[in-house]
Design a binder for this molecule. Structure first.
Ligand code: FES
Length: 308
């Protein structure tokens, strides 16, 4: 879902303004809110992204929707309400909102002399189709110096197509299967996406990892993959869980360390991608503020060297 807003009342508009000035979160991007299978029938699902509480559902016509989990009348979470497959009815005073648009369709308490235009009231609504160091990967002793080429791409940077570490067992297996060289291409794109495409002959494995802020102090990692490699899903899940657990542990430890705003020491070349990320984010926010075109922090391909 794209976190942008479609709100009518003033406190919420003021909140949006305040957030516009917030350099912490990147707004107006698509973020994963939930897996499609988690929204069943007319059930409502609560979620939170970028400190915005959400209620998610699916209309009888099959369209998924996301609304701010707060009734524009008195702020009761809409997730306590009842969804009839089209409209979501607030549990408090029964205001009804169209799931597909957030538009108010009924206020039961209105008497015939009331002039209030119900259709001009909207609940917050978001456009939404949506919808490693491991024993098997490599050992500490296999660490060696690497040179990788990076290039600028729209809103991000790419680790150009290259042959991945020959010291990683899965790549060696892949190479044996096809007899062809293994290549990988990795893109990092704002606000939070890492995509990787591994190819060898006719076989490929492609993945998308996103790290989405839920609150200022909490993020969630989502990992999606598709492949034509003969790899059973159960084995893939076990591998993926191990990798993600490592990422999660690292992030938890880092969050602990970052609690007190320490000065960071980002070093060349190993930390250059982290510097590009921070510069991309700052430049994007600046471009949105001024309306000027975004300046990319890289002016061409760069080769970085580090040991891993
Ligand atoms: S708080 Fe939702 S209808 Fe009143």
């Amino acid at each position: 879902m794209a976190i942008e807003e479609n709100l009518v009342d003033e406190p919420q508009a003021a909140q949006k303004l305040e957030r516009g000035a917030d350099a912490g979160f990147l707004w107006d991007f698509w973020y994963p809110a939930a897996r499609s299978a988690e929204i069943r029938g007319r059930g409502l699902l609560k979620a939170m992204l970028l400190e915005v509480p959400l209620v998610l559902g699916r209309t009888d016509a099959g369209a998924a929707f996301a609304m701010r989990d707060s009734c524009p009348h008195r702020g009761i979470p809409l997730s306590y309400g009842r969804f009839d497959g089209k409209n979501l009815e607030c549990s408090y005073h029964g205001w009804k909102f169209d799931g597909s648009s957030g538009q108010c369709v009924e206020i039961p308490s209105l008497a015939s002399q009331d002039k209030l235009k119900v259709e001009r009231i909207f609940a917050g609504h978001y456009p939404g189709p949506f919808v490693h160091q491991s024993w098997f990967w490599r050992s500490k002793t296999s660490i060696h110096e690497k040179a990788k080429q990076f290039e600028p791409i729209a809103n991000g940077f790419r680790m150009s197509t290259h042959s991945p570490s020959t010291n990683s067992a899965p790549y060696q297996v892949l190479k044996k299967m096809t007899g062809a060289p293994v290549t990988t291409t990795i893109d990092f794109v704002l606000p939070n996406m890492r995509t990787e495409e591994i190819r060898s002959g006719k076989l490929w494995f492609s993945s998308l990892t996103t790290v989405t802020p839920v609150r200022r102090d909490l993020s969630r990692i989502d990992f999606l993959a598709a492949w034509n490699v003969p790899l059973p899903v159960t084995i893939f899940r076990a591998f993926a869980k191990t990798f993600l657990r490592q990422d999660q542990e690292t992030m938890i430890r880092q969050a602990e360390g970052l609690q007190h705003n320490p000065r960071l020491m980002l070093i060349d070349d190993a930390d250059r991608p982290a510097k590009w990320y921070f510069a991309l984010k700052a430049n994007l926010i600046e471009a949105r503020r001024t309306g000027a075109e975004m300046v990319h922090p890289m002016d061409g391909p760069v080769t970085l060297r580090w040991r891993s």
